[in-house]
Ligand binder design. Sequence first.
Ligand SMILES: Cc1cc2nc3c(=O)[nH]c(=O)nc-3n(C[C@H](O)[C@H](O)[C@H](O)COP(=O)(O)OP(=O)(O)OC[C@H]3O[C@@H](n4cnc5c(N)ncnc54)[C@H](O)[C@@H]3O)c2cc1C
Length: 376
Amino acid sequence: MFDCIVVGAGPAGSTTAHQLGKRGRSVLLLEKHQLPRYKPCTGAIAPSIAQWLDFDITPAIDHKLRRIRYTWQLEDTIDAVLETEEPMWVVRRDVFDHYLVEQAANQGVTIQDGTPVVDIKLQDGTWTVTTEQGSYGSKYLIAADGADGPMAKWLGFKPEKVRQSYVLELDLPEPIAQPTMAFEFGLVKQGCLWDFPKQQSHSLGMTRFLGDKPKDPENSLATYAQFLGMEATAGHLHTHGLKLWNGNRPLHTQRALLVGEAAALVDPMTAEGIRPAIFSGIQAAIAIDGALNGDSHALEKYSHTIHTEWGNDIQWSQRIANVFFRMPKIGYRVGIKRPTATKRLGQLLAGEIRYADLANRVIKRISGSFLPGRDN
Ligand SMILES: Cc1cc2nc3c(=O)[nH]c(=O)nc-3n(C[C@H](O)[C@H](O)[C@H](O)COP(=O)(O)OP(=O)(O)OC[C@H]3O[C@@H](n4cnc5c(N)ncnc54)[C@H](O)[C@@H]3O)c2cc1C
């Protein structure tokens, strides 16, 4: 019998497992894929995660980016530079995620990959987790199975919208001379295309932040790849769900918690999900440890912490996204094109400011420039 079983070895699951292992708890981490595994993602990470980690994360960072290029329908180019002390980090998800799994293993966590969980049952205060390889028992359970996993539904949570999203991975024969992150607005309705280059590859991402599925995503990605000087046919296209944050909801139930994207914690303006996955993993471990120590409100406190520390600020990101992606042309003109836009982005990623600090100004500026009857 384990103290806790964690389902899913992404950043949320590995972080929870690592933190519980460090507290002397017995943990089983179950992952359906063989490890290391790739997760469809463009792999940009806010350097502010370093403040929460008690190990050196630098070996898992592929590259750091300062240069940014924005375009509106592949024209009207803006070049900018992130001026924060620490630039944006980019990672290869197979490397980064496996590094986190290794940190968990170093804390005595039992890891079993190639082991899909197929059923869960709570009886007499004990979870039985059934996999294709056999069953395991635990006192507590963590759902860290991401946007496409079944756990939230099995635990009885209301389903969240899952947005189909796309990543085109393109490996290059030579290292990239001047890697520049790039964002394209206007080519995808109510969404965007972006590129986070690694040392020797590009990861092009695409999603719609509002509305339904994008029309002809392959064509949009191919057009953008060509604009950036590459042929989409040379790459690999991956699709994956994306669960954007959509309001504070309880993230706990009887003897179980949702973490990371299983809890729909992804930033609705930027699709940033790794930072909240790690943050929620740390908070979940604190909660499970507290519950094992007899705190009967520990799981409830977890939901409260995620709401106050993440959701309450992310609601402002959602409000900006609702205005920006409805009027992207104005948003580009009066928001992105301002030199302060990149400065604020850097400050947000560094954790120096929060969305609440700028949302009202941004929303007013975009809405105030809207002229009815004009092609805004
Ligand atoms: C197109 C796209 C681009 C993105 N770009 C970025 C970005 O640049 N920066 C950023 O911060 N975020 C980005 N994200 C979001 C980010 O990838 C996720 O939010 C993040 O991976 C969530 O981490 P997680 O640990 O919660 O889940 P995941 O990383 O999804 O891990 C869940 C794990 O659970 C496993 N699993 C699922 N079902 C089962 C089962 N039944 N049994 C056992 N294991 C199971 C899966 O195999 C997986 O390994 C992007 C997402 C998409 C779709």
